[in-house]
Design a protein around this ligand. Sequence first.
Ligand code: AN0
Ligand code: CP
Length: 320
Amino acid sequence: MKQFFSVADVVDLSEIVDEALRLKQAPFAYEQLGKRKTLGLVFLNPSLRTRLSTQKAAMQLGMDVMVMNMDKDGWALETRDGVAMDGATVEHIREAAAVMGQYCDVLGIRSFPKLIDRDADYSEDLFRKFSSYCGVPVISLESATRHPLQSFADLITIHEHWRKPSIPKVVLAWAPHVKALPQAVPNSFSEWMCRAQAAGMVDFTIAHPEGYALSEVFTQGAAVVNSLDEALIGADFVYVKNWSSYDDYGQILPVREQWMLDNRKLAITNNAKVMHCLPVRRDLELASEVLDGPQSLVIPEAGNRVWAAQAVLKRMLGEN
Ligand code: AN0
Ligand code: CP
């Protein structure tokens, strides 16, 4: 595997899920594979889970890890070509990425969208430039439009917690927030679930208020409804996440109905398990009675980030 940017970089979904679950059973089975190899993790935005789970995964494969908090410790990066750098930027991504590629065998990068210019964000300019200039395999640690390590961990979690012969109904449920958040997590979850649905692994529905439709690039095959209560009927997994508008790009639109999942709404489901990528704002996005209740999977879901990262790193190190 030379790149992990989207679900398209995975050849066989159920095979990589099984591999992640085998690694969970035997974390150190490949502890020699990454010996004397270096992973570099580059952050242009904050992170708790992605940072720590990817470091842990690399350590369990015997790798050394270096972390660069570009936003705090790095030179201000220029990404445009053909401009005289006479403003605030100090170093061009051409040199910065190429230099990091000299020090690392695999690189990961996190970079959120600016949520101002939709075409600019959806062009994935920064990830693509970083990948092409660094010269080593690159893992997305969440880019402008996708968060594949999160979605992979989410699929592992669903697979792990569904032991019935039937196909589980999975609902991506929009939730309220006070800040404009990226569409990366829901886009990515949706494209992974659509692929899982095509493979007969899940039955996938998206619920969001009017004005919050995701780009159709990510939602092919999903059922889409504008009522949370309607979507929750028969749900086996509810994946809660806020995102800002794609159509009215980066905006927070007025929503009248109640979209925060609480125990009363959870009662509509088929005793559904509740997921969220975290960080979550309690009693704004998701009721604390649900987060603290027996149906919440948010902590084991975050735990599974390690096995997702480890399965990806293992493939980048040359196994498969
Ligand atoms: C980010 C987002 O919604 O993309 C990161 C989630 C993993 N969340 C926030 O900024 C709160
Ligand atoms: N879920 C997730 O990616 O969390 P962090 O932003 O803390 O890495």
